[in-house]
Ligand binder design. Structure first.
Ligand SMILES: *Cc1c(COP(=O)(O)O)cnc(C)c1O
Ligand code: SF4
Length: 355
C-alpha cells in the first residue's frame, strides 16, 4: 500500500510536478463536459418544447454535464432520473417562500480562511469552486466560492486554523468538489495535514467520482493509499443508474487502497422518491463496495422547490425501505438546520410503525 509513488509525495511541492502529468486524461474529460443546451438536446433527442426554457434558465446557473454521465441517460426521455438532475427547467425561476439563498447558514460559519467549523471534531475545508457537473438541486448554487474557497493563498491560513485546534480529529475536504483539484494540489494539502498529528481522519466528499470516474486515476489512488490518516471517501450518488461499470471499477481500486467508502444521496422528487428506487440504489452501492450513509432532505435553496419531498412522505419512504432491506443498507434520513450542533436525523413514520 505504501508504494514508492506515495512516498515521493512527502517531498516538497516543487518536486511533485511530474505526478501531475497523469491529470491529463480526466482534465480533458472535464473540459469536454457539455455546457451548451443545444448539444445536450441533440445528443439525447429531447422533446423540442423543453429547449427554450432550458436555454433561458441556463443563462443563470449554467448547464454542465460530463459526456460519460450523459451516456448513462435514456435517449428521448425527459423524465430520465439522471437528466432531471442536470437539465435547467422553468420551475427553477419560481420564487417560493421558504426557499432562500443561504439555506444552511454557511455564511455564518465561514471564518474567511476556507474552513467551515460547524460541528464538533470535524472541520470542513472548502477546497475549490469548481464542479464537474452542475446539479440543479445544489445547495451551493448561490454560494460565494470566489471569496470563500481555500485557494493557494488561503491554504496556509486554513492549515494554521486546523493545527491550532486540537479538538479537530477529522478534516473534511468539500467544495465545490475536491476532486476537481489536480493531484498536485491535493498532494500539497495532504502534506500540510500530515504534519498535524491530532487529525486522524481525512474525509473527501465527491460527486465527481460518480459523474466522471476517470478522475480516480492511478496517482489519486496512490495518494489515498499513502495517507497516514484513515481515509473516508463519501461519494454522492442519487440513483442506481448512475453507478455503471466504470464507477464500480474505480470504487474497487479505492477499496484496495484502504479507503472506507460511503454514499450520501439527496432525496429528490421524481428522481429517487420511491422505495423501489432507493432500495435499488442501496443494493447497487453495496455490490460495488459502498455503504449507504445519509439520505439528505433537500436544502431549501431558491430555485430547487420542485425537487422537494415533504417530511411526512420522506419518513413513510424510510419505513417502506426498512421493510425491504437489511438494516445496514438503510441510510439515515437527515436534514441540516442552520445553527444546530449536528445534522438532524429524522425517524421513521410513527403512524406506519404503529408507535
Ligand atoms: C455535513 C457537515 C459535516 C459532517 O457531518 P457528518 O454528520 O459528520 O457527516 C461537517 N461540517 C460541516 C460544515 C457540514 O456541513
Ligand atoms: S457536485 Fe455537489 S457541489 Fe457541485 S453542483 Fe453538484 S451538488 Fe453542487
Amino acid at each position: 500500500m505504501h508504494s514508492a509513488i506515495a512516498e515521493s509525495m512527502r517531498v516538497p511541492a516543487v518536486d511533485r510536478v511530474s505526478l501531475s502529468q497523469s491529470d491529463g486524461g480526466w482534465q480533458q474529460a472535464m473540459r469536454g463536459a457539455i455546457t451548451d443546451v443545444d448539444t445536450l438536446f441533440d445528443l439525447l433527442a429531447l422533446p423540442e418544447r423543453y429547449r427554450e426554457p432550458a436555454r433561458r434558465t441556463a443563462a443563470g446557473f449554467g448547464l454542465r454535464v460530463p459526456r460519460g454521465y450523459v451516456a448513462r441517460m435514456r435517449r428521448g426521455d425527459i423524465d430520465d432520473p439522471l437528466l432531471r438532475q442536470v437539465l435547467p427547467i422553468d420551475a427553477e425561476n419560481d420564487v417560493v417562500p421558504g426557499f432562500d439563498i443561504d439555506a444552511v447558514g454557511d455564511s455564518d460559519s465561514a471564518l474567511g480562511d476556507g474552513v467551515l467549523h460547524k460541528y464538533h471534531g470535524r472541520a470542513l475545508l472548502v477546497t475549490t469552486g469548481a464542479c464537474a457537473v452542475h446539479c440543479r438541486y445544489c445547495f451551493r448554487r448561490h454560494f460565494d466560492y470566489a471569496s470563500q474557497h481555500a485557494g493557494a493563498r488561503q491554504g496556509h491560513a486554513a492549515l494554521d486554523h486546523i493545527a491550532a485546534d486540537t479538538s479537530i480529529r477529522e478534516v473534511i475536504l468539500s467544495g465545490g468538489d475536491p476532486l476537481s483539484l489536480s493531484n498536485q494540489r491535493l498532494a500539497v494539502i495532504g502534506a500540510g495535514l500530515d504534519d498535524i498529528s491530532h487529525v486522524t481522519r481525512l474525509r473527501i466528499h465527491t460527486r465527481t467520482a460518480v459523474v466522471l470516474p476517470e478522475r480516480i486515476d492511478d496517482a489519486f489512488v496512490d495518494w489515498v493509499a499513502g495517507r497516514p490518516q484513515q481515509c473516508v471517501i463519501v461519494i454522492h450518488a442519487n440513483h442506481a443508474q448512475e453507478l455503471d461499470e466504470a464507477v464500480a471499477q474505480r470504487m474497487g481500486r479505492l477499496r484496495e487502497a484502504g479507503a472506507t467508502l460511503l454514499n450520501q444521496a439527496v432525496l429528490l422528487r421524481r428522481v429517487n422518491d420511491d422505495a423501489e428506487t432507493l432500495a435499488a440504489l442501496s443494493e447497487r452501492l453495496f455490490s460495488i463496495g459502498v455503504m449507504p450513509y445519509y439520505l439528505h432532505m433537500l436544502d431549501r435553496v431558491a430555485g430547487t422547490a420542485h425537487f422537494e419531498v415533504d417530511e411526512a412522505a420522506a419518513k413513510q419512504l424510510m419505513t417502506d425501505l426498512a421493510g425491504r432491506l437489511p438494516g445496514y443498507l438503510v441510510p439515515r434520513l437527515a436534514r441540516e438546520n442552520a445553527g444546530e450542533q449536528a445534522k438532524q436525523v429524522l425517524g421513521h413514520s410513527a403512524e406506519a410503525t404503529g408507535l
